[in-house]
Design a protein around this ligand. Structure first.
Ligand code: HEC
Length: 141
């Protein structure tokens, strides 16, 4: 982008696009040459969305499967177990992502919180950190 790129060239580009589009519709259909990239784009977009949904579901599933028995189904914790309330903005503010990831991986010494480094991949731990962050009640307002 040189100093020449101002509103005028942008307008020209839009104008050219409209011209191309109107020519396509006059010729009756999108030419094959442009149809292939569009198809590819749709596949890539669908794959990205699928993997995002999958990552979210799996963090939630991991939490349900491995953490709720001590942290509660909603992450609020149990007083009897001395587990923290993950929905509490004060608790959220008191820990860094790095600390949460570290505790999940290595556990907390001399507590019931054991490490999951041998059961969860680094990506799964990262997703769990995000999931725990999403429980913050302040974020749900
Ligand atoms: C056997 C019970 C148990 C299980 C299962 C368990 N935790 Fe914990 N967890 C604890 C306890 C107890 C604490 C509080 C430790 C303390 O005294 O600070 C804790 C604390 C934590 C903390 C906060 C650490 C801190 O310094 O504030 C995080 C984050 C955490 N657990 C995440 C998880 C995740 C994620 C899982 C599932 C993969 C999980 N825990 C499974 C018992 C458990």
């Amino acid at each position: 982008m040189g100093s020449g790129s101002g509103p005028l060239p942008a307008g020209l580009i839009v104008g050219k696009g409209q011209f191309a589009l109107s020519r396509i519709s006059r010729e009756g259909g999108i030419p094959l040459r442009t149809r292939i990239p569009i198809g590819l784009l749709a596949i890539v977009a669908a794959a990205c969305m699928a993997s995002l949904t999958f990552a979210k579901a799996s963090a939630e599933d991991n939490f349900k499967e491995k953490c709720t028995m001590c942290h509660g189904p909603d992450g609020k914790g149990f007083a009897a177990l001395k587990t923290p309330d993950f929905t509490d903005p004060k608790w959220q503010a008191s820990v860094t992502d790095q600390h949460i990831a570290d505790v999940i991986k290595n556990g907390k010494k001399d507590t019931a919180m054991k490490g999951f480094g041998d059961k969860l991949s680094p990506d799964e731990i990262k997703a769990l950190v995000k999931y725990i962050r999403s429980l913050n009640s302040e974020k749900k307002k």
